[in-house]
Design a protein around this ligand. Structure first.
Ligand code: SF4
Length: 293
């Protein structure tokens, strides 16, 4: 969304906020409910669906392969059984992670299953059963976060200089003329949006903060800074695609507040960002990014 903003250094008059000005209301949010049952149902459907596909992959070429050599259909069957076994192993790991509240197995492999295989399949099955995509995306974000947390619980630690915080452009107060997408330090901390508080957190922990205009810039930042972990804020759809794009990079995803709808004067729970940073640094006793179940 182009708002015709200019650099702070060249700004006077309306649009350049004064420090300490009245902040707009950003405390409201969309209802954020994670439906465990829906996710488990979809996971089961996906596993069964993949099994059926696997059967057809075996059955269809079997006739032709049998004509080449009688052993070949059995070789193909063995390969497909191994692949289906791996898929079910992934599904069971994700389901246990969901039911148990934390990942009970090495999570990086399961994140791979979730991100690359199950999410696209769940979106497909969800569409067939008319389950709103946003519910699937919220479940995906929740499971992803649990898996990233379990990496930390398993002893993985991240240095502050190797963590970055990515914020969407829409968090900036709509009428602010400061170009924070160019350099977030241009913010004069008027308090009209949460970028001021995020900047304070960024300085406090020594973690880089970027305000981005889209996914292409996000990918560029990841390439440029090569972080070990990311704290990302966005709507469900952008977080889902962002986590997929960034994989295998661990991303703690925080769903934004949208008191004025999508893409305008959005907000974020600062305590959730602080909690995510503390978790990645291994300083948090327990997870702080939670959704109701
Ligand atoms: S980015 Fe937000 S906090 Fe910073 S100057 Fe603009 S409105 Fe104020």
């Amino acid at each position: 969304m182009d708002k015709g903003r200019e650099d702070a250094s060249s700004q006077t008059g309306p649009g350049l906020p004064e420090a300490g000005g009245d902040a707009p209301e950003v405390t409201g949010s969309v209802e954020y409910k994670f439906e465990k049952g829906v996710f488990l149902l979809l996971l089961g459907l996906c596993a069964v669906g993949l099994l059926v596909v696997g059967f057809f992959f075996w059955y269809v070429p079997t006739v032709g392969l049998g004509n080449i050599h009688p052993v070949l259909p059995y070789v193909l069957a063995a390969i497909i059984i191994v692949v289906c076994g791996i898929v079910f192993w992934g599904a069971i790991g994700i389901a246990l992670s969901l039911i148990g509240g934390r990942s009970v197995t090495p999570s990086s492999r399961y994140r791979g299953f979730l991100v690359k295989l199950f999410l696209p399949a769940m979106v497909l099955f969800g569409g067939l059963f008319k389950i709103p995509r946003i519910k699937i995306e919220r479940a995906f974000v929740e499971i992803n976060n649990r898996m990233v947390r379990s990496m930390v619980a398993g002893g993985r630690r991240f240095n502050p200089e190797k963590i970055i915080i990515l914020m969407p452009h829409c968090i900036q107060w709509e009428d602010c003329k400061v170009k924070v997408t160019k350099d977030v330090a241009n913010c004069v901390r008027c308090g009209r949006c949460e970028i001021a508080e995020l900047l304070t957190l960024s300085n406090e922990y020594g973690i880089k903060l970027f305000v981005l205009t889209g996914g292409t810039i996000a990918r560029r930042k990841l390439k440029e800074f090569r972080p070990d972990a990311v704290v990302a804020v966005a709507c469900e759809r952008d977080l889902t695609s962002g986590v997929q794009d960034a994989y295998p990079l661990p991303v703690l995803a925080v769903i934004n507040k949208r008191p004025h709808g999508y893409c305008m004067n959005t907000g974020v729970d600062i305590a959730a960002i602080k909690g995510a940073i503390e978790e990645l640094l291994g300083r948090s006793g327990r997870p702080t990014i939670e959704v109701s179940s």
